[in-house]
Design a protein around this ligand. Structure first.
Ligand code: ASP
Length: 437
């Protein structure tokens, strides 16, 4: 068994968090590859190291001294070192940084030092070998990860050293320069490492006990999802749930490696397990895996008698395409259809679209409704159970939520309803309370 464990910024924010990480690593000897972010916030009014380093670079750009910020960076790391009794030469390293700051250091190299310092300290603390991301995460000339080279380098580093710590978020360009990924990129490094070493599980340790079944700003204290498939996660993410970026999941998804999201502050919680396939016994009796939704959509409803015989729908879709407005959902009847699109994306193009629809489709009637929200109940188990949609619609009807559109993907993974924006939160709460809680 081999596990790659990635720890986010809040999991390595200070000495106390480092201790939790050590306990987690020592509790399971199969956790042999550790990827860390830069130290994050210790409290709400604290700063992430990465933010401080970006700020430092902004000061340099405008010719303002960044001595104070660099000192704050140095002190954060020196404090962790002192509290854990480590030896890493923080001052020596920051001194070298200062000397190069205004001369030959790129913003990418500067901000990557957050991950670099944090991992140096973590490697020493765990007694693992530090492997610099500049020596094992490689970008090609196109700015994309060179997977072949990266896979080989990480696998070789693990084979040689047995237990390694890799800094997240950055890698090396073919020019030898350091390049950082998008913000939050340590997740990608973790997934790349897991794919490279063929891990059994990629553990992503953060400060929540997994992905929640609904938005906690709407549903108080929602329960975490125990198991979710990659396909369900995609639906939830698309509908606005805050989950990991698809890009960061891809390397492990491609290899069929399970991803386990865990809470560093509550290591006994099982977290959320994301897998390729899952069976009906998972998540107990619940047939809904999660609920998500987005506000502000517009519905264009077009009515035309016998429209199926004269290509009205395909012409309408061509028009939407011409204005680069994606259609999120279509509901179709014998003599009418409704197209649901994001109001923000449509913008003022709506009026031109309507004019073109009138001209090209010659409808009997055309109507526009805005302030629509889409709410999706996602669950792989819905397809195997009859009567689910009826129960969902009844629950919404019972509290007076008017359903404007209904859509179910052909794979029956999600049922999405369009409701008025003002019913958005009620709809999510009702679905959660009735079927998920
Ligand atoms: N430290 C970087 C950031 O703040 C990358 C990461 O945390 O994953 O975005």
């Amino acid at each position: 068994m081999l596990k790659v464990a990635k720890f986010g910024g809040s999991s390595v924010a200070g000495a106390e968090q480092f201790e939790k990480v050590k306990n987690i690593i020592e509790a399971d000897p199969s956790r042999r590859v550790v990827v860390v972010s830069a130290a994050g916030k210790r409290s709400a009014d604290d700063h992430k190291l990465t933010d401080l380093l970006y700020l430092c670079h902004a000061h340099l750009t405008y010719g303002v001294s960044c001595d104070e910020i660099m000192l704050a960076v140095e002190q954060r790391f020196a404090e962790i070192r002192a509290q854990l009794g480590l030896r890493f030469d923080v001052e020596g390293e920051t001194e070298k940084l200062r000397a190069r700051l205004s001369r030959d250091m790129s913003v990418d190299e500067l901000v990557s030092r957050g991950e670099y310092f944090t991992s140096r300290l973590m490697a020493e603390y765990l007694g693992f070998r530090f492997v610099d991301a500049a020596d094992c995460i490689f970008f090609g000339f196109d700015g994309q990860i060179d997977r072949d080279r990266t896979d080989k380098a990480i696998a070789a580093a693990l084979a040689q050293n047995g237990r390694i710590v890799i800094p997240g978020f950055y890698g090396k360009l073919p020019t030898g320069k350091i390049k950082v990924m998008s913000r939050g990129g340590s997740d990608i490094t973790g997934a790349l490492a897991a794919a490279a070493v063929g891990a059994d599980v990629y553990e992503n340790w953060t400060d929540v006990s997994g992905i929640l079944m609904a938005d906690p700003r709407i549903v108080p204290d929602p329960r975490p999802i125990e198991k979710v498939t990659y396909a369900e996660l995609r639906e939830l993410a698309y509908m606005g749930a805050s989950v990991m970026h698809e890009e960061s999941i891809q390397p492990v998804k491609d290899k069929g490696i399970a991803l386990n999201i865990r809470n560093t502050n509550r290591p006994d919680d099982p977290g959320t397990l994301i897998v390729e396939g899952a069976d009906d016994r998972d998540n107990g009796e619940r047939f809904i895996t999660g609920i998500a939704g987005k506000r502000n959509f517009t519905i264009i409803t077009l009515a035309k008698r016998d429209m199926s015989t004269n290509l009205t729908l395909s012409r309408a879709l061509e028009i939407m395409d011409r204005y680069h407005v994606p259609v999120e959902h279509i509901t179709l009847g014998l003599d009418s259809f409704a197209l649901v699109s994001s109001s923000a994306v449509m913008g003022d193009a709506l009026y031109d679209i309507l004019a073109d629809l009138r001209k090209t489709c010659r409808p009997d009637d055309i109507r526009v409704q805005d302030d629509i929200a889409l709410v999706a109940a996602v669950g792989r188990k819905m397809s195997s159970r009859p009567g689910i949609s009826g129960r969902l619609f009844k629950a919404l009807g019972d509290v007076g939520v008017n359903i404007r559109t209904i859509a179910q993907g052909a794979d029956e993974l999600a049922i999405t309803v369009g409701v008025d924006n003002r019913d958005f939160e009620t709809a999510i709460r009702v679905l959660y309370d009735g079927f998920a809680g």
